[in-house]
Design a protein around this ligand. Structure first.
Ligand SMILES: [Zn+2]
Length: 309
């Protein structure tokens, strides 16, 4: 791969022969006759090529494109660069690389900006469709914040499951003599064999409530807000720091969208009435159980209505 300045910007070319074909390129110059002026490109090639200076002709795969004071281009290695440009060489080659990096970043952000409309539409649909991310985010918050009719005990139980990152619903019962014998026989110490753990069921997709699957952060602050901002920025006027920030974001955005879709799908499974019905397995006082049944019935009605939209 070769990157070399062509007019005001850098172009990428694959073969060394394409560099040799440039009108001002000479593959063999005598540094006694020519003064090198600037570094205008670099290359990493699969095969060895020779240094363009007649005094050197060393073979290498990595090197630079230099230009002389009278506008002739040639290729040189790092050592010749240092020898003929002196200390200036590192400054010049770093400036050239920084300019290439800046150009690549600008191109990436501009291309993303140009085609961002599709992603904008997708994000909008994911957020606003009947069983979309806005609704799922609201339902996630309600269950944790014990609002909209969720009984208090249930919110604490679900929060505990989220903290433990485990959706299993378990109960502990006093061990019968037979249970104790079995536990002890399986290696449990006698003092720990008083209770038996009983798995009653497992809530699917409890991950929907994990902090990393926060749909508001993923889809709204992570994507929708940034996409709207991106629409209005003047990419070529961004300073280095802002440009890097947007370049990183553009590279990250498709992955962020994937994560948001995964999080939304987890939420759709978690909040499905069949899955939430498992919450009835949690031990609770009868008054709380009654409140839960009322809440679940209302949820099911609401959910089914949205599902047919
Ligand atoms: Zn050389």
């Amino acid at each position: 791969m070769i990157r070399v300045k062509s007019g005001g910007s850098y172009v990428t070319i694959e073969d060394f022969s394409d560099l040799e074909a440039r009108p001002r390129f000479i593959g063999k110059i005598d540094p006694k006759d020519k003064d090198l002026e600037d570094v205008i490109g670099y290359y990493i090639l699969p095969n060895d090529i020779q240094c363009g200076l007649t005094s050197c002709r060393t073979k290498h795969k990595k090197g630079y494109v230099a230009v002389t004071k009278d506008g002739i281009e040639t290729n040189i290695g790092h050592k010749c660069g240092k020898k003929h440009f002196g200390l200036d060489f590192d400054t010049k080659q770093r400036a050239m690389r920084a300019a290439v990096t800046k150009q690549i970043r600008q191109e990436t952000v501009l291309e993303f900006q140009f085609s961002s409309h599709d992603m904008q539409e997708e994000v909008y649909t994911l957020l606003n469709r009947p069983l979309g991310a806005k609704l799922i985010h609201k339902l996630n918050s309600e269950i944790i914040m014990r609002s909209r009719g969720w009984p208090e005990y249930l919110s604490s139980e679900v929060s505990k499951m989220v903290r433990n990152r485990d959706g299993r619903i378990t109960e502990y019962k006093l061990a019968t003599e037979r249970d104790q014998d079995l536990l002890i026989a399986s290696g449990v110490k006698e003092e720990n064999a008083k209770l038996v753990r009983n798995e009653l069921g497992e809530l699917a997709s409890i991950e929907a409530l994990f902090p990393e699957n926060n749909l508001k952060e993923l889809l709204i602050s992570g994507l929708a807000v940034r996409l709207a901002e991106l629409d209005n920025i003047e990419v070529l006027a961004l300073d280095g720091i802002e440009l890097k920030k947007w370049y990183d974001w553009c590279n990250d955005a498709p992955r962020l969208l994937e994560r948001a879709i995964t999080a939304l799908n987890l939420g759709l499974i978690f909040h499905s009435p069949e899955n939430l019905a498992l919450l009835k397995l949690l031990p609770a006082k009868s008054i709380d159980k009654k409140q839960l049944s009322t809440k679940l019935a209302a949820h099911e009605k609401y959910w089914n209505k949205l599902a047919t939209k």
